[in-house]
Design a protein around this ligand. Structure first.
Ligand SMILES: O=c1ccn([C@H]2C[C@H](O)[C@@H](CO)O2)c(=O)[nH]1
Ligand SMILES: [Zn+2]
Length: 130
C-alpha cells in the first residue's frame, strides 16, 4: 500500500464525517503492519468538547480490534495546507504508535507532507515521566 492509496482511503472516509457544527470534514486511514487499513472520520457533538477527530476514530477502531502495530497514518481535509493534527491527537498518537511512524498529511488540492509521530509532538509526556 503506497502513500497515495492510503490517502485515497482517507479521502473516502472523509465523506462519512458528521460535522453539523464546523462543516469541516476530515478523513484518516491507518495502515497496520499486517496490511489492514482502518479508516476514520471526525464525529462532532452539540457538546463541542466531546467531538472526536478522524485520526483518533481510525486509531481507536484499530486498537479496539486488537491491531496494535502500525505502519503509517494518512489524514486529509479540504484545508489550505495539509491538515495538521490537533494536540489531543498528537498525544494519543504518541502513546499508541511508534515514534518513527510515518504520518502523511494531505489536503484535497493534492498537497501532501510526510512527517512522523515524534516530529508532531516533541517532548511528549509519556509513562516514563510519572
Ligand atoms: O486534524 C484534524 C483537525 C481537525 N479535525 C476535526 C475536529 C472538528 O470536528 C473539526 C474542526 O476542528 O475538524 C480532525 O478531525 N482532525
Ligand atoms: Zn485531533
Amino acid at each position: 500500500m503506497n502513500d497515495q492509496k492510503l490517502i485515497e482511503c482517507a479521502r473516502q472516509a472523509m465523506k462519512m464525517a458528521y460535522v453539523p457544527y464546523s462543516h469541516f470534514q476530515v478523513g484518516a486511514a491507518l495502515l497496520t503492519k499486517s496490511g489492514k487499513v482502518f479508516t476514520g472520520c471526525n464525529i462532532e457533538n452539540a457538546a463541542y468538547s466531546v467531538c472526536n477527530c478522524a485520526e483518533r476514530t481510525a486509531l481507536f477502531k484499530a486498537f479496539s480490534e486488537g491491531e496494535h502495530d502500525y505502519e503509517a497514518l494518512a489524514v486529509i481535509a479540504d484545508s489550505r495546507r495539509p491538515v495538521p493534527p490537533c494536540g489531543a491527537c498528537r498525544q494519543v498518537l504518541s502513546e499508541l504508535c511508534p515514534s518513527d511512524m510515518r504520518v502523511i498529511l494531505a489536503n484535497t488540492k493534492g498537497i501532501t507532507e510526510v512527517t512522523t509521530v515524534a516530529k508532531l509532538l516533541p517532548g511528549a509526556f509519556e509513562s516514563e515521566d510519572m
